[in-house]
Write a protein that binds this ligand. Structure first.
Ligand SMILES: CC(=O)SCCNC(=O)CCNC(=O)[C@H](O)C(C)(C)COP(=O)(O)OP(=O)(O)OC[C@H]1O[C@@H](n2cnc3c(N)ncnc32)[C@H](O)[C@@H]1OP(=O)(O)O
Ligand SMILES: O=CC(=O)O
Ligand SMILES: [Mg+2]
Length: 559
């Protein structure tokens, strides 16, 4: 009988699975044979559906490129007009007034769970650079967090971090459908990243989570970047498959879907319908939504965006999206979550800090008055101010699902949702996009997926806006109409000059040493290539991902 020999320093994998990431004993506790079998089964069952859904995305984009636009689908009118509701919200998460988000980094996980927020969304997505190390450490951190054993020793400060008695409820955001996981091969192909994230987390945590956090429900998830209800249907199938495997009740797993692509705003009822037994509502992912507006209309020169800083929630198309999302969720009996204000605390300047806090308060006041049931905080320092605004304006309830029906939003039309944002385009806008884009990418290549830049939080979604806006302005030779210089158009020469000047400025700001040690030059090259590509690439992180994949050679010594 043939006996498979496992080499020392090699993961114990089931048939058809190959792990190409670094071996680590801690990671091996996550990448067990049984867990990998579960992940491989998910891949095999759903990869065909995902491939088809991605092909349909490309097909739709070709239609938009030919002059079309997204809209409500006449074929699903009955779903939109029907009187169905989603499964009731589990009591454990009825109150989600403040949710903190952050990457799955060990200290941050502890800080976020202790932050006083009702929910912590642990992020494998916009806030994480998906290197093998980050992903696997993230899984270890989440397992330890769910088990309640997580701790962290900050040696520099000689401070030990542990969980408080009361912690936020954990939601996990896996990557989007489009991202592969190059370190996990199933049947010779890179795995679908989000099924690795979901599968490993679910496998190791479902039991403990339901007992300690979910009150019999859970685990809970956030689902990013979907464009169509068929993609939500795949997730529904994944959840059902996981529930059957675990022998738990159908509808235990719950998820909030981010509405953060322009096509998805026309599919909100349909998305909730597909997930109606597993739904925990929708969230306004405003930053990716802006990115998606540019991407969807990349071939439409009449829809050029103004400066990034001017595309806020006060723009008609953004307000319409948030209002319709609230109406849709409340009609279906689930949470309508608000989004992320980009401001973060400014430690060394009290006046600037107060001004930033005031902007956050204003944004949150708009959200709660509009009817949102909760919102996101990027930083623990913002939680008291955000909680105060929500507590004072939610009428004493855990949420506004029954009290803020927003029937007026029924009148929102396709034109409202597509109306181009207003404002000027400036050289300063081009510079800011460029400087932020390069610095973010340099951080991402170095392993940090969310960073503070010029007192704002930047992550993959905000960086995408910078990239696609530069691309759009260049592609269509946009006129910079806010600088008082008539006829100033964005050209390849202008962008090349701005790239060079921004690199000089970044070097000055971060210092020669950090500049040399950092990955700024590589980031600049990548960012420039993305901004000048003849065809707009779908995702910055897809191109950049190749730069962070590290395949390990096979181990050599025997067990
Ligand atoms: C578009 C979207 O998708 S939004 C959602 C995705 N983006 C995010 O989740 C961004 C989350 N925020 C962050 O990552 C961070 O706040 C940053 C990178 C913007 C700033 O982080 P820092 O520079 O570390 O901030 P700062 O130095 O002020 O941190 C102070 C303390 O707060 C902690 N902290 C800051 N943000 C967070 C957070 N989101 N969650 C948990 N802890 C946090 C830090 O770990 C630090 O802890 P310590 O005092 O124990 O060392
Ligand atoms: O994920 C959130 C967003 O705004 O993008
Ligand atoms: Mg997003």
């Amino acid at each position: 009988m043939a006996v498979a020999t496992r080499l020392m320093g090699e993961y114990d994998v089931p048939e058809g699975v190959d792990i190409r990431g670094r071996y680590d004993e801690g990671f091996a506790g996550i990448l067990t044979r049984e867990a990998l079998q579960f992940v491989a089964d998910l891949q095999r069952e759903f990869r065909g559906h995902v491939r088809y859904a991605m092909e349909r995305r490309r097909e739709e984009q070709r239609r938009y490129d030919a002059g079309g636009a997204p809209g409500f689908d006449p074929a699903t009118r009955r779903v939109r007009e029907g009187d169905w509701v989603c499964a009731p919200v589990p009591p454990a998460v009825a109150d989600r007034s403040v949710e903190i988000t952050g990457p799955v980094e060990r200290k941050m996980v502890i800080n976020a769970l202790n932050s006083g927020a009702k929910v912590f969304m642990a992020d494998f997505e916009d806030a994480l650079s998906p290197s093998w190390e980050n992903l696997m450490r993230g899984q270890v951190n989440l397992r330890d967090a769910v088990n309640g054993t997580i701790s962290f020793h900050d040696e520099a400060r000689n401070r030990v971090y542990k969980l408080n008695e009361r912690t936020a409820k954990l939601f996990v955001r896996p990557r989007g459908w489009h991202l592969p996981e190059a370190h996990v091969l199933v049947d010779g192909e890179p795995a679908i990243g989000c099924l690795v994230d979901f599968g490993l987390y679910f496998f190791h945590n479902h039991k403990q989570f339901r007992a300690s956090q979910g009150g019999g429900h859970g685990p809970f998830f956030y689902l990013p970047k979907m464009e169509h209800s068929r993609e939500a249907k795949i997730w529904d199938g994944v959840f059902e498959r996981a529930e059957r495997w675990a022998g738990i009740e159908r509808g235990s797993v719950r998820a909030t879907v981010l509405i953060e692509t322009l096509p998805a705003v026309f599919q909100m009822d349909e998305i909730l319908y597909e997930l109606r037994e597993h739904s925990l509502g929708l969230n306004c992912g405003r930053w990716d939504y802006i990115f998606s507006y540019v991407k969807t209309f990349r071939a439409h020169p009449d829809r050029l965006l103004p400066d990034r800083v001017l595309v806020g929630m006060a723009q008609h198309f953004m307000r319409s999206y948030s209002d319709l999302l609230i109406h849709t969720c409340h009609r279906r009996g689930v949470h309508a979550m608000g989004g992320m204000a980009a401001q973060i605390p400014i430690r060394d300047d009290p006046a600037a800090n107060e001004a930033a806090l005031e902007l956050v308060r204003k944004d949150k006041l708009r959200e709660v008055r509009a009817g949102h049931d909760g919102t996101w905080a990027a930083h623990p320092g913002l939680i008291p101010a955000i909680a105060e605004v929500f507590d004072a304006n939610m009428g004493g309830g855990a949420n506004q699902i029954q009290t803020a029906r927003r029937e007026d939003a029924r009148a929102i039309t396709e034109e409202d949702l597509l109306q181009p944002p207003r404002g000027v385009r400036t050289m300063e806008g081009l510079r800011l996009n460029t400087g932020v884009g390069i610095q973010y990418l340099a951080a991402w290549l170095g392993g940090a997926g969310s960073v503070p830049l010029y007192n704002l939080m930047e992550d993959a979604a905000t960086a995408e806006i910078s990239r696609v806006q530069n691309w759009q302005w260049l592609r269509h030779g946009a006129t910079l109409d806010g600088d008082g210089v008539p006829g100033l158009r964005v050209t390849p020469e202008m962008l090349a000059r701005v790239l060079e000047e921004e690199m000089t400025r970044i070097e000055r700001e971060v210092g020669k040493d950090r500049f040399q040690k950092g990955r700024y030059k590589e980031a600049c090259k990548l960012f420039a290539r993305q901004c000048t590509a003849p065809e707009l690439n779908d995702f910055l992180t897809l191109d950049a991902y190749n730069h962070i994949v590290v395949h390990q050679p096979k181990a050599i010594s025997k067990l």
